[in-house]
Ligand binder design. Structure first.
Ligand code: ACO
Length: 223
C-alpha cells in the first residue's frame, strides 16, 4: 500500500490529541506537533511528538518534503491567525483535510482544506464546508448546508437541511438549528440552544428558542 503524505499538526494541546486521533493512516503519516508552548502534561497530545515551535515550520518542510499541515486550535479567530502566520512562513503550505474514519461523509458533500471532521459526525449530501472548519464529535450537518471558513460546531450539534453558517461562527455544544436558518458571520450559538430564527452577524444567541443576547467583537472568547 502506498505510504500517506507526511502530516504536521499545529497545536499540541488537548484538541491536538483529538485531531491526531482523526488522522486516517491510509491517507497520512503523522510526523508530529508544532506548538510555541511547552508540553502540557495534561494534554492528550503526546509530548515526545512535539517537534518544535511554529517558526520551525520552514525547516521541517525542508526535512520532510511534501508535508501537509492541519491546525488543532478550537477557537475560531485563533485558528485564523495561526493559518495566516503559517502561510506567511511557508506561502506554498498545503493544508490537509482530516475526516475521522468513523465519520460519515456523503460522496456529494464538499469539504475544504484545513477542515477537521471528528468521529461520529455525519455530513449529508449537498453540504459544502469551507476551509479550516472544525466539526466536533457527533455533529450532524444535514443536507445542502453551507458553512463558511473558520466556523465550528461543538459536540452533538444537529442542523436541519439548507442551513447556512457564516464564517468564524460557532454553534455551541448540543445546539440544534432548524432547517432553512441562516446564521451570520462571527456569531456564537450557546450550548443546547434551538435556533428557529435567522441570526444577524456578530450576535451571541442562546436559549430555547434561541434569542440574541449581546453583540460580540471579533475574537471575543466563547469557550
Ligand atoms: C470539545 C469541546 O469542548 S468544544 C466546546 C464546546 N463548548 C461550547 O460550545 C460552549 C459555547 N459557549 C457557550 O455556550 C457560552 O455559555 C456562551 C458563549 C453562550 C455565553 O457565555 P458568557 O457570555 O460567558 O455567559 P455567562 O457564562 O457569563 O452566562 C451569562 C448568563 O447566561 C446564561 N447562559 C450562558 N450560556 C447559556 C446557554 N447556552 N443557555 C442558557 N443560558 C445560558 C448563564 O447561565 C448566565 O445566567 P445568569 O446571569 O442568570 O447567571
Amino acid at each position: 500500500m502506498a505510504e500517506g503524505a507526511p502530516l504536521l499538526i499545529l497545536g499540541a494541546g488537548a484538541h491536538g490529541g483529538v485531531v491526531r486521533d482523526c488522522v486516517d493512516e491510509r491517507r497520512f503519516r503523522f510526523i508530529g506537533y508544532l506548538d510555541d508552548r511547552p508540553p502540557d502534561p495534561l494534554s492528550s497530545a503526546r509530548s515526545e511528538l512535539l517537534l518544535g515551535k511554529v517558526d520551525d515550520l520552514p525547516a521541517l518542510l525542508r526535512d520532510y518534503p511534501g508535508t501537509m499541515a492541519v491546525i488543532a486550535i478550537g477557537d475560531n479567530m485563533t485558528r485564523l491567525r495561526m493559518a495566516e502566520r503559517a502561510e506567511r512562513l511557508v506561502p506554498s503550505l498545503t493544508w490537509a483535510t482530516i475526516v475521522h474514519p468513523a465519520a460519515i461523509l456523503s460522496a456529494r458533500a464538499e469539504i475544504g482544506p484545513g477542515t477537521v471532521v471528528v468521529a461520529g459526525s455525519i455530513i449529508n449530501c449537498g453540504s459544502r464546508l469551507g476551509r479550516h472548519i472544525l466539526i466536533n464529535t457527533g455533529t450532524i450537518i444535514d443536507h445542502d448546508n453551507s458553512m463558511d471558513d473558520f466556523a465550528s460546531t461543538g459536540p452533538g450539534v444537529v442542523t436541519g437541511g439548507n442551513v447556512r453558517i457564516g464564517g468564524l461562527s460557532h454553534v455551541g455544544i448540543g445546539a440544534s438549528v432548524r432547517h432553512g436558518i441562516r446564521i451570520g458571520r462571527n456569531c456564537v450559538i450557546g450550548g443546547q440552544a434551538y435556533v428557529e430564527r435567522d441570526v444577524d452577524d456578530d450576535w451571541v444567541s442562546f436559549g430555547i428558542p434561541a434569542r440574541p443576547r449581546y453583540r460580540r467583537t471579533p475574537g471575543q472568547p466563547y469557550l
